[in-house]
Design a protein around this ligand. Sequence first.
Ligand SMILES: CC(C)(COP(=O)(O)OP(=O)(O)OC[C@H]1O[C@@H](n2cnc3c(N)ncnc32)[C@H](O)[C@@H]1O)[C@@H](O)C(=O)NCCC(=O)NCCS
Ligand SMILES: Nc1ncnc2c1ncn2[C@@H]1O[C@H](COP(=O)(O)OP(=O)(O)OP(=O)(O)O)[C@@H](O)[C@H]1O
Length: 196
Amino acid sequence: MRGKRLIGITGGIGAGKSVVSRILRHRGYPVYDCDSEAKRLMDTDAEVISGLKSLLGDSIYSADGKLDRGEMSRRLFSDDEIRRGVNGIVHSAVRRDLMRWTGMQQRYPAFVESAILSTSRLDEDCDEVWLVDAPEDVRIRRVKERNGLEEGAIRRRIASQSQEFGQLPKERLSVLDNGGEVSLLRQIDSLLEKYK
Ligand SMILES: CC(C)(COP(=O)(O)OP(=O)(O)OC[C@H]1O[C@@H](n2cnc3c(N)ncnc32)[C@H](O)[C@@H]1O)[C@@H](O)C(=O)NCCC(=O)NCCS
Ligand SMILES: Nc1ncnc2c1ncn2[C@@H]1O[C@H](COP(=O)(O)OP(=O)(O)OP(=O)(O)O)[C@@H](O)[C@H]1O
């Protein structure tokens, strides 16, 4: 799909990916949100549902067909093999869905937001990657305020993402500084200049 002008948005917990996506939607650009689209596919795609049931047991879905997210979270974040298995099932479905969605857009560049762009290998489909960054203490404060999560839980999530961003393709990477000093709007508009 490279060449269709797909830009990946990634970054650690609390860095500001959703804020960047919101600004882009406001500017009229299409944004595919991997977390919510993966949830939709896990609830509706027959192949994904049967794959997850084979891997995790039928009880990962309730009688009314909804994924047990609490159980999924517990198993995904405590067992590397399970995480790789889930990723193999879900990420290939997300990738197919993203390719279909990208081809349907009326306006480019289109954007894809994911905290795990590199793990899911969606970065390979992106012409560019924007990494949203902010100092760790700022991100922790934001997530505390947003979710009321305790600091230890936030630090564990940050640690689990430590391998994620070093692998991004340097020649196609732009870093957006969302530490609060530099206007995010101005940085986004400057990066979009070349598409005008
Ligand atoms: C683990 C689940 C149940 C957590 O759901 P919840 O509503 O609490 O959180 P949400 O979906 O917003 O995800 C929050 C964050 O968890 C991390 N995360 C989610 N899935 C994964 C994964 N497979 N590997 C590593 N980190 C992950 C990311 O940082 C993500 O932004 C859910 O994310 C899930 O089912 N994930 C597996 C499918 C997947 O890989 N989704 C990512 C989109 S490609
Ligand atoms: N520049 C900023 N100034 C003040 N608050 C901000 C700024 N950027 C983000 N925030 C706030 O910080 C919190 C985290 O931002 P956001 O939800 O965009 O992060 P994220 O990268 O999408 O995180 P996650 O991976 O946890 O979903 C939100 O409550 C958001 O409103």
